[in-house]
Design a protein around this ligand. Sequence first.
Ligand code: PAF
Length: 341
Amino acid sequence: MDIVIIGAGAMGGLFGALLAPWARVTLCTTNTEHAAIISRQGLTLTSMKGTICRQRVRIVVDPDPEAIAADLVLVCTKARATATAARTALSVLRTNGLVLTLQNGLGNLERIASVVGTSKATAGITSQAATLVAPGHIRHAGDGPTRLAAGPGQSERVEAVAALFNRAGIATTVSDDVDSLLWSKLMVNVGINGLAALLRVPNGTLARVPECGQLMVQAVEEAVAVARALGIDLPYEEQVDRVRQVCVQTAENRASMLQDILKGKATEIDVINGAIVARGEEAGVATPVNLLITQLIKALEATVDQRIRGDGDGNHVHAPVQRNHFGGRTFFQENPCNRKN
Ligand code: PAF
């Protein structure tokens, strides 16, 4: 199978590294330094056990439709890049190909389907976790089930993708209820991402500290009320327990939205807590906690150049904004290899 993965960050890189021994994989990235390192020396993957391996994989910055054809396009970009990713997907997709989004939040599938056609677009969710520790280097941070949705007429293609994922060690099942899949992952992101970014804490803290836990419960309960009003069939009885469980399983993880905030980048708030507010308005369900989380994250994004941080002695300093490897702004150039998580 020829696979093109658009977005070679943590998740795209992880899927690329795991699938490359089993399929012809091409990664697409906008990060030229990341691309240069991977082309030169392969993609470095630190496994969950801490072993390090290098995987040879093709990586391109400008995918050339004359040179690349895909049976499967995996979209692993942030939501802000979905429209561009969809156009790239269309340019490389074979006639009977499939575009699969593994992105967070709501709206990505619809955006992709509007470009490539409904019959060629589907979505999945994954509990795999990964961190981009440095250009060319991904750390596999968590293992968990992956679920793919098969829409009408897609079963054969989606089953073939699931079989390949399973061969590559990515435990995968198929479902026919795409809304149920996407909303079950949405609950996790609604409970974790915005709060982790606002409080600047790893996921585990949200479940451990009661003051954080209360906010998490309120955000998730609002999202459950919206889902019920819209007739979405949620797979777990107790959504709040499920979100707490994910916090524990990914206790050391920095949620993707926290990573965006630390890099001074725009977040996915509009497709997560913001999506609950929008769908709540449609369904006539009040969502004040999700609205406040959305507004606070947007205020954080808008004040990125003016952040003040403590210097450890009770004094406060304006943090210099620097360009980082990823083209975003950051307040401190930490060495990710020194991170505890
Ligand atoms: O976006 C993320 O960071 C992840 O989806 C999750 C599950 C919240 C773990 O950090």
